[in-house]
Design a protein around this ligand. Structure first.
Ligand code: ZN
Ligand code: ZN
Length: 542
């Protein structure tokens, strides 16, 4: 039994060489010759539990992205370029995937929908890497737009802060030392939420019966809104277009907090003042205990209270009944940490490592829970998250005697599919990586493209060295000579997964050898390129 299983060794080696463990197969058809070929595209997962090599690669790219934007000395100004044939081919592939997704949805093949979504993400990144800006279509899991306030009485009050016109400048101030050396320092910032009750060092509450789980749940769900307000307020207060890149993750007590790299410096007192004055109000109906037992009345086509048989308040009625008080107000806690970091500091790498430490893990896996006390704490928090309304259309409203917006018979109170209710998210339902628009002037896909371009330049090749789909060479102006479509796992021309992994592994080993040789040659003539840590093929450094 000590002899390792061959299949496991293949997987381990694939992981070691950065080969995706669950690639998406795409069929490439040469329209001139009719020849078809299956090409594997990496799944592009960002979580280790889905695909460690892809998650590792994604984390590495995030680090490069944070590093490139942090101490920029010039304003990033991306310029759009006209669409080329290669880009058109990718767009048509994207369209095909959309069709495949639609088919899978109709057939209720949910596992396939997930796979197609992953493929769509990868293709969108490839589209961006080709130089097209923006996405072709909104992502399928995009959260609902924030609701517009109806009454002026219910608008967000302006915080008590100085307000200036925001200058488009995004780079920080330069400081000159007496000896003429110039410094352009930047910062990193940590913001946390308020206390919900005293906690032990392991994050569990001292007294679970008084720990405010309800406020903790509402805060976790609305945290992204608070961060948005913070950046908005900060920019208005300092009068320039402050840029940031950071990550939202749970603290030990399981409440979210956020670390940000900020370009330029802002006095700590100002950061504190802005954080203290920033809040977000949720203008939803107020809720108490989830005590209603709702029942769908098919004749009246409405949800009723099973105890009284009376119809529940509709969403509009509930909104109209809101007095002057919001259902929830979220604010930061008093713990704000801000430190200066110089461009050449040894701290830069360490801090970037710290900011990105947990991005490949799901929120609930960021901290190891080793005691029953910690596990019970998570359980109680999750129980609260499950019954907290996540949106205007959340089925959970029924538990509080209110019919959500566009209520229908299929709602399952206490079982809303919203991401914030899932145990793994700890209420952090949206994106955990937050990068402002003008951070590095590049999308993540651009950074990926940079890394590949560097490797390819070093190897002196232009195609065929990666798992990415390579768009056929053809003369500009002539119609595209290749077509792409999604290959299904049981298609006759689809090789078994283990064969595909072996093939990718062989390619990767060859590639790595070639890369090492090329690097040795290059090292004889020139200093090591700065992009070294950006390439797909390196191990994690530092
Ligand atoms: Zn993968
Ligand atoms: Zn919900």
């Amino acid at each position: 039994m000590l002899i390792p299983l061959a299949a496991n060794v293949v997987k381990e080696m694939a992981a070691e060489y950065g080969v995706c463990l669950r690639p998406v197969g795409l069929r490439r058809t040469d329209l001139d010759t009719g020849k078809t070929e299956i090409i594997d595209v990496p799944c592009g997962a960002t979580r280790e539990d889905k695909c460690p090599p892809c998650a590792k690669r994604a984390r590495r790219l995030r680090k490069v992205q944070i590093r490139e934007g942090w101490h920029r000395t010039d304003e990033p100004a991306p310029a759009p370029e006209p669409a080329a044939e290669g880009q058109r081919a990718l767009i048509s592939l994207r369209a095909n995937l959309e069709h495949a997704r639609d088919e899978a949805v109709r057939a209720s093949q949910w596992d396939q929908v997930g796979e197609v979504d992953d493929a769509i993400r990868e293709v969108e990144e490839a589209i961006a890497a080709e130089g097209l800006r923006g996405s072709v279509a909104p992502a399928h899991d995009k959260p609902a737009e924030p609701k517009r306030q109806r009454s002026t009485k219910r608008r967000q009050d302006a915080p008590a802060l100085p307000r200036q016109k925001v200058d488009p400048r995004t780079v920080g101030r330069v400081y000159t030392a007496p000896d003429g050396t110039e410094y352009r320092p930047s910062m990193w910032l940590t913001v946390t939420l308020d206390s919900y009750g005293p906690v032990r060092p392991d994050g569990s509450p001292v007294d679970p019966s008084t720990y405010d789980y309800r406020r903790a749940a509402w805060d976790a769900i609305t945290f992204p809104r608070l961060l948005d307000r913070f950046w908005q307020n900060l920019r208005r207060c300092v009068g320039w277009n402050v840029q940031y890149a950071g990550c939202v993750e749970p603290q030990r007590r399981l409440a979210p907090h956020a670390h940000f790299a900020i370009r330029g410096t802002i006095p700590r007192a100002v950061l504190r003042e802005v954080a203290a004055a920033t809040y977000h109000q949720v203008w939803w109906p107020k809720v108490g205990e989830p005590s209603c037992r709702p029942l769908w009345n098919a004749d009246a086509e409405t949800w009723c209270d099973s105890a009284t048989g009376l119809p529940l308040a509709t969403w509009d009625e509930a909104l109209d009944a809101i007095e002057d008080e919001p259902a929830h107000v979220i604010r930061f806690g008093t713990q704000i940490r801000a430190e200066g970091v110089n461009a050449n500091d040894r701290n830069v790498d360490r801090t970037i490592g710290y900011i990105t430490k947990y991005i490949t893990k799901s929120a609930a896996d960021c901290h190891q829970l080793t005691t029953d006390r910690q596990r019970d704490h998570l359980e109680r928090f999750w129980r609260e998250l499950r019954v907290t309304p996540c949106s205007e259309r959340c089925a959970n409203w029924l538990l509080y005697g209110i019919q959500p917006k566009k209520a229908h018979a299929r709602l399952r109170p206490g079982n809303c599919k919203g991401r914030v209710h899932q145990r793994a998210t700890l209420g952090i339902g949206g994106r955990r990586i937050l990068v402002s628009r003008d951070w590095s002037g590049k999308t993540l896909a651009d950074h990926r493209h940079d890394a590949r371009a560097w490797v390819k330049a070093l190897l002196g090749v232009s195609e065929g060295v990666d798992q990415v789909p390579v768009v056929g060479d053809h003369q500009p102006g002539t119609p595209a000579s290749v077509a792409w479509e999604l290959a299904r796992p049981n298609d006759p021309d689809m090789p078994p997964m283990r064969h595909r992994l072996l093939r990718a592994l062989a390619q990767r080993i060859q590639w790595r050898n070639a890369l090492n040789a090329a690097r040795d040659r290059a090292a004889q003539y020139e200093p090591t390129p700065v992009h070294l840590s950006a390439t797909d093929d390196h191990g994690e450094r530092g």
